[in-house]
Every structure is written in structure tokens, then in C-alpha cells.
Design a protein around this ligand. Structure first.
Ligand code: GRF
Length: 211
């Protein structure tokens, strides 16, 4: 990020994309509010009109808009509208927080290296839409959450941070998801904080955290 005349790095501008309840959005809003993340959230975008994330943004006084995927005949025009909205606000980091759509190469290139995602497993294991179910079916003893940069594959971009969470013998999808979610709410703000402070250096698949 370039520097302004006073020598301070310019503040980052976040655009957060969600599909549902938005508890990760809430934790990011709290971290911006507390000053942990030196950025502003310019806009919250959803692909579903009933996403609770819209209410959360409304309550926080953050601009929010739904681009209802069902109203678009093709993915490209849907993504172009989202990209235009993000550009309108000068967004410098696109934060996927429970956005349940795979972005096309067009969108990923438009914001190359500036899209983050959270996934509720220890990638590269158990990518996809049913991580907790797949974790339980496989019988692994630990799971967790991953924050990564988004590339053109699914859940495949360079990993920024991960937290390990135990899988208990009597877990079901809900109990495991709840235990992982507690960690998601700490990990995502931390990754965004590091990015906004210029402390992440990407070298191929490796993301180095600078002192
Ligand atoms: C989280 O578990 C996230 O890891 C996954 O979708 C869920 C979204 O939850 N991608 P919320 O909408 O942030 O509450």
C-alpha cells in the first residue's frame, strides 16, 4: 500500500462478502471498532436477500447491498456487479466471510492477491462446502480453521493462518462447528490485521509473517 504525505500507510478499505448469518462479519466489525484492524469496512455485500449479515451491517451503520444471484442469468454479470460495487468504494481487500460461492477467474484476477477467505477445516484437508461432515466421516482427531488468499482454485490459495481444534468422540456437525467457530472469530480479525499492517509477504505458496 502506498504512503501518504505524512509518511503513514493509507488505511485499507474492506469489502466483506457474506451469504448467511454473518458472525465472522460481526467479529471483523468488532476488531475494526476496537482499532485492532486499522481499516474501514466500506461495504457489506451478500448474494442472498435474507442474509442476516445485512441486518448486522445495517445496525453498525455500514453500507450494505444484496446482489441476488437468483436474479442473474449468468455468473459473469453477477460478479461484474459485485466488482463494480467494490471498486466504487475503492476497496483494497475483499474479505469472504461465509460467502458460499466459488468466484470465477475473472473476479479473482480483478482483485488478484487481495481476496481472503475463511474455511472451517485445516486445509488442504476437507475443502468444499461440507467440511465438518467430511471431518467427522473421516475420523480425524483434529480439525480447525484456515485463513487463505484466494486463487483460481477451490480453497487452494496460499495459507495465511490456521488454528487447530480437537474433534471430540461424541461430536456432531453442530458441536464441532461451534467449537471451530470460536476460533474463526479470533483468527480472521488477526489475519486481516496482519494484512492491513503490511505484515504479510507472499512468496509462491508461502505466506511469511513479518516482524
Ligand atoms: C463459517 O464457518 C465459515 O468458516 C464458513 O461459513 C461459515 C460462515 O459463518 N465459510 P458466519 O456467516 O460467519 O456466521
Amino acid at each position: 500500500m502506498s504512503e501518504n504525505e505524512s509518511g503513514n500507510a493509507k488505511k485499507h478499505i474492506l469489502g466483506v462478502l457474506c451469504s448467511g448469518r454473518g458472525t465472522n462479519l460481526q467479529s471483523i466489525m468488532a476488531a475494526v471498532e476496537s482499532g485492532q484492524i486499522p481499516a474501514t469496512i466500506a461495504v457489506v455485500i451478500t448474494d442472498k436477500p435474507d442474509a442476516k449479515a445485512l441486518e448486522r451491517a445495517e445496525k453498525a451503520g455500514i453500507p450494505h447491498i444484496c446482489f441476488d444471484r437468483k436474479k442473474y442469468s449468468d455468473k459473469e454479470s453477477f460478479e461484474r456487479d459485485i466488482a463494480a460495487e467494490l471498486h466504487k468504494y475503492g476497496v483494497t481487500l475483499v474479505v469472504l466471510a461465509g460467502f458460499m460461492r466459488i468466484l470465477s477467474p475473472y473476479f479473482v484476477r480483478e482483485f488478484a492477491g487481495r481476496i481472503m477467505n475463511i474455511h472451517p477445516s485445516l486445509l488442504p484437508s476437507f475443502g468444499g462446502a461440507h467440511a465438518h461432515r467430511d471431518v467427522l466421516a473421516y475420523g480425524v482427531k483434529v480439525s480447525g480453521c484456515t485463513i487463505h488468499f484466494v486463487d483460481e482454485g477451490m480453497d487452494s490459495g496460499p495459507i495465511i493462518l490456521q488454528t487447530v481444534v480437537p474433534v471430540e468422540q461424541d461430536d456432531d456437525e453442530d458441536t464441532l462447528a461451534a467449537r471451530v467457530l470460536v476460533e474463526e472469530h479470533k483468527l480472521y480479525p488477526r489475519a486481516i490485521e496482519l494484512y492491513c499492517k503490511g505484515k504479510l509477504k507472499v512468496e509462491g505458496r508461502h505466506v511469511k509473517i513479518l516482524d
